[in-house]
Design a binder for this molecule. Sequence first.
Ligand code: ADP
Ligand code: MG
Length: 243
Amino acid sequence: METVIDIQRLSKSFGNHEVLKDIHFSVNKGEVVCIIGSSGSGKSTLLRCVNLLEKPSGGKIIYHGENILDDKHDIHAYRRRLGMVFQQFNLFNNHNVLGNCVIGQMKVLKRSKEEAEKVALKYLKVVGMDRFVNAKPRQLSGGQKQRVAIARALSMEPDVLLFDEPTSALDPEMVGEVLKVMKELAETGLTMLIVTHEMEFAKEVSDRVVFMDKGVIAEEGSPDQIFNHPTGERTREFLKRTL
Ligand code: ADP
Ligand code: MG
């Protein structure tokens, strides 16, 4: 199996506060890995370290055989290969749906407007938002905004798509439409790393589940192992509170 990202001994401190400790894990091509764990356990920080929105304090991020934390490495080239979907959508409110999906392609990938619009439309169709190309974000529901944010990330055709609690800011009735799109993407073989509180979704869609607790990976395994046969006391406690 081809490894896309391999994290080794990753650590992150904010001042004296060590938020991530000795994190090891990898994401293989076509795999869906869900990260679960209590609030404050370091899940967002881990994702932000993976895409270098935060600078790790130590460890390695091996991408296609190279440690991208080496000084000589071109982190911009690496970051272009990762997509990110945030809890708060982070759409540009002054641009319409199509604009949101073409800006990054033109600026970062240097695609022509025509090419970028073609690609954007393709992915807006995938998420069922192609009828809304001219809408401004404020005219959309939360679920629709998040689907546009997913189309925008897909338009960059990343190697890995990272999601940080993509449904946590949504009204309950809109969670389903976003999870459905994510499930469809998972089935197309997209490589995905997803922080989520949606345990049913994680159980159904993941190839692997990572349970984080107080800055460490406390347990990792198949959804069946983690949800039906957890071995760690902390995993059991967490699931008892959550399920
Ligand atoms: P989670 O996403 O699992 O809820 P986070 O990664 O957001 O957890 O946070 C983990 C810990 O790191 C928390 O104690 C949080 O307060 C701390 N933290 C996160 N970001 C920062 C920051 N920019 N500065 C200082 N502390 C931070
Ligand atoms: Mg978080």
